[in-house]
Ligand binder design. Structure first.
Ligand SMILES: Cc1cc2nc3c(=O)[nH]c(=O)nc-3n(C[C@H](O)[C@H](O)[C@H](O)COP(=O)(O)O)c2cc1C
Length: 389
């Protein structure tokens, strides 16, 4: 076995909890391994999901994943779009394009949730409106993401007006209804990674002095209103989850300034809301969230009674199994592990090796064409290594 591989056979007993079913908001997932949401900037220019995206997503279900969560999908034609070639869920055309993706995943026995995302101040591209909007006029740290066609500094956002906040909330609710009509099994509200909902949660970029700003118990207000609007729009029987992180795409090491007290408010608030699961993400899911003590997933368990989906560096089967066995999470999601092995679940259950992530799959551009070309190059290289004496 090379050092590039993780052993699977010794680590994952056939009775691993990863391979047991999970009941989630009236839905049965066939196992506890999900594909994490991953932006692939591969939609049509007008935000329609493509045939190639349908093939890409259905491969995960064919490879055994119980649940696929889509890439962050924009929710309105005002200020939500983040990236060029990002898919949207803002009209019937975009809805119908997604329904072909959903069918492909269902055909292979998987479930699929749409991740609903408003980019806020991190928007790098928006054909519908000039300028960006955020909680306050604070220029985002760092540089735009080149893997998503960005370059240079982020724009200085204008603070959202109350009407614009109401429109953004309506966007989430309308997009959730379109998701249900497209056949999705649920939606995940993107409250993580530095996008709009997370911008409101974060003290450094939310300087508002209205009811959306102040201490953490006030900064959760946008999240609360988005969840309530989505639930009211889709009714009681459609799965609604929320993703939460500390780190941001433009500030990886960010920590909540209030420490565990923020976790208590965020997860305690979600506990009281009509959500079906909480998705936590950290660089390594099992590490303490604040230098010592519990992981973010375990904190979500401590302060809520909701099922917890843990994410971050869980592609080694023993780590994924450990999160569930220790009671830190109910199910896990894999990002890079799923890109590397769309059949990760089948591989692990057959005790086959898991390889290290190959960054060429998402670099220089994180789209599906780049991944196809990269895989072709790798195949050609290994063929020539075999034939060259
Ligand atoms: C190419 C790429 C795109 C991503 N896009 C999103 C996204 O749209 N929404 C989201 O919540 N997270 C996104 N993420 C973060 C992943 O969901 C996940 O949190 C991260 O990859 C860490 O998990 P891993 O260690 O299993 O890869 C993305 C990650 C990658 C690699």
């Amino acid at each position: 076995m090379s050092s590039q591989q993780h052993r699977t056979s010794a680590d994952v007993p056939a009775a691993s909890p990863l391979f047991t079913a999970l009941e989630l908001g009236g839905l049965t997932l066939r196992n506890r391994v999900s594909v994490a949401p991953m932006t692939r900037v591969s939609a049509a220019e007008d935000g329609r999901a493509t045939r190639r995206m349908a093939e890409y997503y259905s491969a995960f279900a064919a490879g055994g994943f119980g649940l696929v969560i889509t890439e962050g999908t924009y929710t309105d034609k005002a200020f939500s779009q983040g990236y060029r070639y990002q898919p949207g869920l803002t009209d019937d055309t975009q809805r119908d394009a997604w329904s072909r993706v959903v069918e492909g995943v269902h055909r292979h026995g998987g479930r699929i949730f749409a991740q609903l995302m408003h980019a806020g101040a991190l928007s790098q591209w928006n054909p519908y409106n000039g300028g960006t909007r955020g909680p306050s006029g604070v220029k985002p740290r760092g540089q735009q993401m080149t893997v998503y066609h960005g370059s240079g500094d982020y724009a200085l956002p204008e603070p959202l007006s109350q009407e614009e906040i109401s429109a953004a909330i309506r966007g989430f609710a309308d997009a959730a209804v379109l998701a249900r009509e497209a056949g999705f099994d649920g939606v995940e509200i993107h409250g993580a990674n530095g996008y709009l909902v997370d911008q409101f949660l974060s003290a450094g970029v939310n300087l508002r002095d209205d009811r959306y700003g102040g201490g953490i118990e006030r900064r959760v207000r946008l999240m609360v209103e988005v969840v309530e609007a989505v639930r009211a729009a889709v009714g009681p029987t459609f799965v609604v989850g929320v993703r939460i992180s500390q780190g941001k795409v433009n500030d990886f090491t960010y920590k909540w300034s209030e420490g565990e007290a923020a976790a208590a408010v965020v997860f305690g608030t979600l506990d009281s809301l009509p959500v079906d699961y909480i998705h936590t993400t950290e660089f390594e899911a099992w590490q303490p969230a604040f230098g010592a003590g519990l992981s973010l997933a375990a904190l979500a368990k401590k302060y809520s009674r909701k099922p917890v989906l843990a994410n971050g560096g869980l592609h080694a089967p023993a780590q994924a199994t450990g999160m569930i066995e220790r009671g830190e999470a109910d199910f896990v999601s894999l990002g890079r592990g799923a890109l590397m092995h769309p059949d990760w679940v089948r591989r692990v259950s057959e005790a086959r090796a898991i390889e290290e992530f190959d960054r060429g799959l998402i670099s220089p551009i994180a789209d599906l064409e780049n991944a196809r070309r990269h895989r072709e190059r790798m195949r050609a290289q290994s063929r020539s290594a075999v034939t060259t004496p």
